[in-house]
Write a new protein. Structure first.
Length: 179
């Protein structure tokens, strides 16, 4: 039995889950998320809890069981609390600015990098060197934060670049002077 898939998901107040033939839809106070059912899994709602079951005992069915349970749990948490990912920018002259639905990043290039914020996500600037990506869909929040980090990933010698707030960058020793 899958240890993760066997856990039930408690529904927060104001969250509704509906299951159709091939989709699970989670509706919260502000947003609605939907996800296709993973093959070989079933989802049912019973008395304020969501249960995910599998249809077979194969290795792929066991993997899909845990995956579907976590996808539904992330949707339930997303519509009630939301997700966020914080980024910090390090380097002389490196900074970011949010104007409307665009993020402008100055990260050592000859030009500023302008990135449009996707629908359903919010980016908040906390100072010139800190960005916070917020949204209800965990996958989209993480992917957009990774896209922003990918503009200038942290380099190992001076640590300059865009990194997650909780990320630890392993530093390398530079060249040593010859004798």
């Amino acid at each position: 039995m899958s240890r993760i898939g066997a856990k039930s998901i408690d529904l927060a107040k104001g969250v509704e889950v509906s299951v159709s033939e091939d989709r699970v839809t989670v509706k919260g106070p502000k947003v609605t998320l939907s996800e296709p059912l993973v093959a070989q899994t079933r989802v049912r709602v019973e008395g304020g809890k969501v249960l995910v079951e599998r249809e077979a005992e194969s290795k792929s069915a066991r993997a899909a069981h845990g995956l579907m349970r976590n996808l539904v749990a992330n949707m339930v948490r997303g519509v009630s609390e939301g997700f966020s990912r914080a980024l910090e920018i390090q380097g002389v002259g490196y900074r970011a600015e949010v104007k409307g639905r665009e993020v402008t990043i100055l990260a050592g290039f000859t030009h500023p990098v302008v990135v449009r914020v996707p629908e359903g996500l919010d980016v908040v600037s906390e100072g010139q060197t800190r960005l916070v990506v917020r949204g209800a869909d965990r996958q989209r929040v993480g992917q957009f934060a990774a896209n922003l980090r990918g503009i200038r990933p942290p380099e190992p010698y001076k640590g300059k670049g865009i990194r997650y707030v909780d990320e630890v960058v392993r530093r390398k020793v530079g060249k040593s002077a010859g004798s």
